[in-house]
Design a protein around this ligand. Sequence first.
Ligand code: XLS
Ligand code: NI
Ligand code: NI
Length: 443
Amino acid sequence: MGTIIGQKEFFKGIGQIKFEGEESDNPLAYRFYDKNQLVFGKPMKEHFKFAVAYWHSFVNSGNDPFGVGTKKYPWMESKDTTKRAHQKMDAAFEFISKLDLEYFCFHDFDLIDEGNSISESEKRLNDISDYCLLKMEKSNIKPLWGTANLFSNPRYMNGAATNPDFNVVSYAAAQVKNAIDITLKLKGENYVFWGGREGYMSLLNTDMKRELDNLATFLHMAKDYGRSQGFKGCFFIEPKPMEPSKHQYDYDAATVIGFLKEYGLDKDFKLNIEVNHATLANHTFDHELQTAANSNMLGSIDANRGDYQNGWDTDQFPNNIYEIIEALLVIIRSGGLQGGGINFDAKTRRNSTDLEDLFYSHIGGIDIFARSLLITQKIIEDSDYISMLNNRYSSFETDTGKKFTRGKLTMEDMNAYAKKSNEPKLKSGNQELFENLINRHIR
Ligand code: XLS
Ligand code: NI
Ligand code: NI
């Protein structure tokens, strides 16, 4: 294993995960993800850029409001902060390389615990990122994106960039500056802002307009700083409608796009769309992807899935093939993800306590995307899907239809056209036919 620098092996007995093909019944192998296989003329791994989320797999120990952690991972044992951070990183690099992936995503204080002051945190981040660079030299693993945790520390209980107290806003900025610095240092390809507690619980004690103005000022400052330091990647906003705040400012893709345009941030920011956040907003995942794509802002994805019965962010690993095919139809037809990739913002269940569970979950998620991509290729290239879709709009391809599209008709023209035509015939949307077409290709 190229990435293990003489330290202990955490995932003993688990070797390199390989592609073994559909017939394999080895639970520790890929059945569909063959990273160099060309699909739509591009290797699978480039379509996806799969990333492991540091927080869910290496930090989270399975605690919930009703009980303490259940996952006694060996890299969590040491009482020494630095040693624990190093071991966590050793485990992360071993895991990512055994999965044969190249990316991870992180919050600043996933890498190492926050210090007691900004200076102490800066020093810790500096040290752990030096260690990360050493590990990176021996591997091809790097961050897909970095971010700052602006929601766990009690100081952010009323928000970070949207906090009513300027002193808290300055702390948040100090933290984002450092997080941008280490993302750059580690050659991270993008930088993410998920709203955390940017939002409110009651409008009675909230000046919403001022908080939104402050958020925009903060994002401009962060973007200008990143650019001044040579950061060429994308800044992403990750929409979420609720949780932890009742009202999150970055509610959904449409809300975020409106905000970015209103405040002149749309040139530097794109969107990171998360499945479970889409469904919490009462949208489908593909709706959110398409909304982002319409504005040329489909940057990246947080892959997971929600639960049909629970109304919160359960962050389960993706396993719904129909949902992923619907998503890939949008992603492929809009030209792919811009700058980002697929981050598994997903956690194994609290009672999935074996080390192997971390592998099963990621392998399952990766394979469901790979399998869905192969099916999507068949649907787009070998079926009537695209022509059926285009056919619904064929009347816009007539001379008059084209004039309308180009904005060349007036209301009077439309009135005259309608008068000389007959009552429009009902044209079926054939939804079930479309649904059957997708299902027919799932095999
Ligand atoms: C929480 C978010 C979070 C972001 C990163 O719901 O999904 O995990 O992706 O801060
Ligand atoms: Ni997320
Ligand atoms: Ni989430």
